[in-house]
Design a binder for this molecule. Sequence first.
Ligand SMILES: NC(=O)c1ccc[n+]([C@@H]2O[C@H](COP(=O)([O-])OP(=O)(O)OC[C@H]3O[C@@H](n4cnc5c(N)ncnc54)[C@H](OP(=O)(O)O)[C@@H]3O)[C@@H](O)[C@H]2O)c1
Length: 271
Amino acid sequence: MTHPRIGMIGAGMMGEAMIGGLLAHGIPASHITASEPRPDRREAMHQQYGITMVASNREAVATADVVVFAIKPQLAGVVLPELNGHIPSSALVLSIMAGITIATLRDGLNHAAVVRAMPNTPAMIGAGISGWTAVPAVTDLQKSWAQQVLSSLGQAVYVDDEYYINHVTAVSGSGPAYVFLILEAMIDAGVSIGLPRHLAKQLAEQNLLGSMQYALASRKHPAELRNDVTSPAGTTAAGVNAMEKAGLRTAVTEGIKAAFERSIELGKPKH
Ligand SMILES: NC(=O)c1ccc[n+]([C@@H]2O[C@H](COP(=O)([O-])OP(=O)(O)OC[C@H]3O[C@@H](n4cnc5c(N)ncnc54)[C@H](OP(=O)(O)O)[C@@H]3O)[C@@H](O)[C@H]2O)c1
């Protein structure tokens, strides 16, 4: 299998995670060129990964098969015009910039083949999940490149309409923050009933991790797993009942709906 040449615009947190993942998945360092404004960062990235680091965004994309936009969304207004007309016409543009629509990318770059993706932070350790979508101009080969590049961050799932990127954003893009909030709440609750904080932290962390691994391994529906551990008039029944009464299920639904609505709002054209 031939590997695509990657031109990466911005090698910050996400860019570095992607570079590390691509190398781990067998893409040769000679196939990766990334641009970064800071010379010390360029040097550090070159030393650590052996990839080509350049200051110029135009140089980074000159021979690329896949051009990855891993800069902050606020920079799109500057960088898209800078690269307009400089991306090879056969290349795929793949953006992970939150809230930057396909129309903005296509019009701003004057480029047809565009993929938009939404990863999440566990990507930092290759355990993320990205939702991605492509315009009809993207070929099957380019789709396979998109899947390959995004797999460097963890799992990658295709959605056939850009509108669903809002759903992905609400459930998994913002998702790690919900889990961290629940983790934090469990630790604080453990402390409030008398546990030392370090012990509450260890118990809550392993509980979330182990429960998730068990749920995936068992392939059972979550309700079935919960019923299995809920004995009549027992402690779990009392705990779950109090959480339901306090509106946990509604809070999660409202949270995901709010993120969904905000994602739609942020994607609207600015006047
Ligand atoms: N982090 C997440 O969980 C997450 C999730 C989903 C999507 N995303 C998206 O991923 C993208 C990158 O996020 P990040 O967290 O990796 O940001 P980041 O760490 O700030 O990385 C952006 C990098 O771009 C560099 N840069 C600044 N100006 C540039 C320019 N004109 N040309 C080329 N590079 C430039 C920055 O260099 P300096 O540091 O020197 O300015 C920085 O190293 C964002 O669009 C974000 O929406 C992130």
